[in-house]
Design a protein around this ligand. Structure first.
Ligand SMILES: C[C@@H](Nc1nc2c(c3cc(-c4cn[nH]c4)ccc13)C(=O)N=C/C2=C\CC1CC1)C(C)(C)C
Length: 328
């Protein structure tokens, strides 16, 4: 006989709501909302505490009428779809724990990135030393390998979207612009109307920081996995130099610099990092380091670059991140 027929069913003696949180659908009343920690274009992210477990979460709150008015329903659906596709990832991404809604708003209960965005950590020390740059570049690369392996292109990688958890490991976030390569993940994804909508306001200028926009997006609105590799190049440059590679007060001038590959390598820029950045900041997407690697099998040619000498990619998440010291 199976064990269940042997043991009589004894009703639980403890109060379930005290030991294990209710499994019923959550409502805002299950949380104590704290301060605003991030503002998206049509969402606000709060830190919140679950009253049953006292655990801290980030709750992204979207106003339904605003989403409908701004025709962003596709975004919200796509972000939730991507977050659900990332549910099994053991590393590199903020997790979506649950969603619920009330009459006016949608709520996404996410992991709380206790150490916030990467950018302030770079600004605080001016720039990262080479050990830090290698570690954080490797953690971002691992996230991209996982994402691209699923046929997802982030499309908006920048320091604001690279978050750090309580142990200072990378959590990539903000998938509202992500592109999911459907049926044939081989063909580069042509930017859809939403992407154009995202970038072109009525004034025809770009919204948000377009410092990391790839040349192919500017020229023919096309994006592929290699667009995220371009952004990786910009991120590595910024960790070492403390500033993004393409800068200008005028957006138009900044785009001209991107299209002409006009960036300089400051004195003291580590030689291996320079070589690595130079092989990612390439105008032709298919010529970028890693662009020709087998899809879905990670980026062996990027991992093999001497810049990553000594990095053990398989155990990154178990490693203690290097302390952040100033460099340059
Ligand atoms: C990029 C994003 N900013 C942020 N999004 C999230 C944060 C987050 C945390 C801090 C922070 C923590 N401590 N100090 C600052 C600063 C910015 C954050 C978090 O903890 N957990 C999930 C998040 C987002 C998940 C959801 C987009 C899918 C924007 C600007 C779009 C709100």
């Amino acid at each position: 006989a199976s064990p269940s027929t042997l043991a009589p069913r004894v009703p639980p003696t403890t109060n379930p709501s005290l030991t294990n949180p209710p499994t019923h659908k959550r409502t805002p009343k299950d949380f104590i909302f704290g301060k605003v920690i991030g503002e998206g274009s049509f969402s606000t992210v709060y830190i919140a505490k679950d009253i049953h477990t006292s655990k801290e979460y980030a709750i992204k709150v979207c106003d339904k009428s605003h989403i409908i008015k701004q025709k962003k329903t596709e975004y919200v659906k796509r972000e939730k779809e991507v977050l659900n596709m990332l549910a099994d990832a053991k590393h590199s991404f903020v997790r979506l724990f649950c969603t619920f809604q009330d009459a006016e708003r949608l709520y996404f209960v996410m992991s709380y990135a206790k150490n916030g965005e990467l950018l302030p950590h770079i600004n605080k020390v001016g720039s990262f030393d080479i050990e830090c740059t290698k570690f954080y570049s490797a953690e971002i690369l691992r996230g991209l390998e996982y994402l691209h392996g699923l046929g997802i292109i982030h499309r908006d990688l920048k320091p604001e979207n690279i978050l750090l958890d309580d142990k200072m490991h990378v959590l990539i976030t903000d998938f509202g612009c992500a592109k999911i390569l459907k049926d044939d993940p081989e063909t580069p994804a042509d930017a859809d109307a939403q992407q154009q909508q995202r970038f072109r306001e009525r004034s025809g200028s770009f919204v948000g920081t377009a410092q990391y926009v790839s040349p192919e997006l500017l020229i023919n609105n096309s994006v592929s996995r290699a667009s995220d590799l371009w952004a990786l190049g910009c991120l590595v440059y910024q960790m070492v130099a403390g500033l993004p590679p393409f800068r200008s007060r005028s957006e138009y001038v900044m785009f001209q610099k991107i299209l002409k590959l006009e960036y300089d390598i400051p004195d003291g820029f580590c030689e291996l990092a320079r070589s690595f950045v130079n092989q990612l900041l390439v105008l032709e997407p298919t010529q970028r380091l890693g662009a020709l690697d087998e899809h879905g099998a990670g980026y062996p040619s990027i991992r093999a670059h001497p810049f990553f000498e000594g990095v053990d990619f398989e155990t990154l998440h178990e490693q203690t991140p290097p302390p952040i010291y100033p460099y340059l």
